[in-house]
Design a protein around this ligand. Structure first.
Ligand code: ZN
Length: 227
C-alpha cells in the first residue's frame, strides 16, 4: 500500500487492487467562494482521476470540491454524507453511497468504516483496514472524548486535523486525541493550504509519540510511515 498526502485532509491511497482518494481538494473553489487562495498547486488533475472511489467526509469545499468534481467523469464513485450526496446528485453524479457512523463498505481489498466526527455539518471520520494495517483519518472534527473510542480499532497510524479553526481541533486537542487513541504513529493534517487557516505541524509532532510529518505530494510506502 502506498499513501500520498495531496494537501489539506487529502490522500491518494493505492493497494494491491484498489485506489481511493480521500477528501481531495484539487481546485481553487475556496478562493472563488471565500477569498482564500490555495498555497500549493493541485498535485492531480481532476479530469484524470480514475480512482475506484472518492471519499468526501463532509460537504465542505476543501473536502467535497465541487469545482474539481465538475471536471471528473460522471461515472466516478463517491462515498460521502447525506448532504454530500445531494450536492453530487445535483451535479449529475449517480454513483454516490452515503455513510453514517458505524457503516462499513469494501472497495477492493480495503475495508472502510465510518466513525464518529463532530463538525459544523454532518461528517464522519474514516477507519481503513487493509494489508494488516489500520489507519484512522479524523476528517474535520472538533474535540470530543468520544474520539478516544477510536482506540478500540487499534490503529497503527492516525491522521488528525490540527488547525483549530472552523470546527476543527487545535494542536492541544489533537495531542489529547492522539494520546487517548494510543496509536504508535501520529500524522497531522489540515494545514498548509490556506494562509488564514494553517498551523505549524511540528507543534503537534513534537508532543505525540511517533509524530511524523508527511512531505506534500510524496508517495510513501506504508512501511515508511509505520516504521
Ligand atoms: Zn476542512
Amino acid at each position: 500500500m502506498t499513501i500520498r498526502w495531496i494537501g489539506q485532509s487529502g490522500y491518494l491511497i493505492r493497494t494491491e487492487n484498489a485506489e481511493i482518494l480521500l477528501d481531495p481538494y484539487l481546485s481553487d473553489a475556496v478562493n472563488r467562494v471565500a477569498n482564500r487562495p490555495r498555497l500549493v498547486d493541485a498535485p492531480l488533475s481532476p479530469s484524470e482521476i480514475s480512482a475506484d472511489a472518492v471519499i468526501c467526509t463532509h460537504d465542505h469545499l476543501d473536502h467535497l470540491d465541487v469545482d474539481a468534481a465538475a471536471e471528473m467523469s460522471r461515472n466516478t464513485r463517491f462515498i460521502t454524507t447525506g448532504e454530500g450526496r445531494k450536492t453530487l446528485m445535483d451535479m449529475g453524479f449517480s454513483h454516490v453511497d452515503v455513510l453514517t457512523e458505524g457503516d462499513l463498505v469494501t472497495i477492493g481489498d480495503l475495508k472502510l468504516t465510518a466513525v464518529y466526527a463532530k463538525h459544523t455539518v454532518e461528517a464522519f471520520g474514516v477507519i481503513l483496514q487493509v494489508e494488516g494495517k489500520t489507519l484512522y483519518f479524523s476528517g474535520d472534527t472538533l474535540f470530543d472524548e468520544r474520539l478516544y473510542q477510536i482506540r478500540e480499532f487499534h490503529p497503527d497510524v492516525t491522521f488528525l486535523c490540527i488547525n483549530g479553526k472552523l470546527g476543527n481541533m487545535n494542536v492541544d486537542e489533537a495531542v489529547a486525541v492522539a494520546q487517548g487513541i494510543g496509536a504508535p504513529r501520529n500524522i497531522p493534517n489540515h494545514y498548509g493550504m490556506f494562509a488564514s487557516n494553517t498551523e505549524d505541524p511540528r507543534r503537534f509532532t513534537d508532543r505525540v509519540s511517533g509524530g511524523f510529518i508527511m512531505e506534500f505530494n510524496r508517495e510513501y510506502d506504508v512501511s515508511e510511515i509505520c516504521g
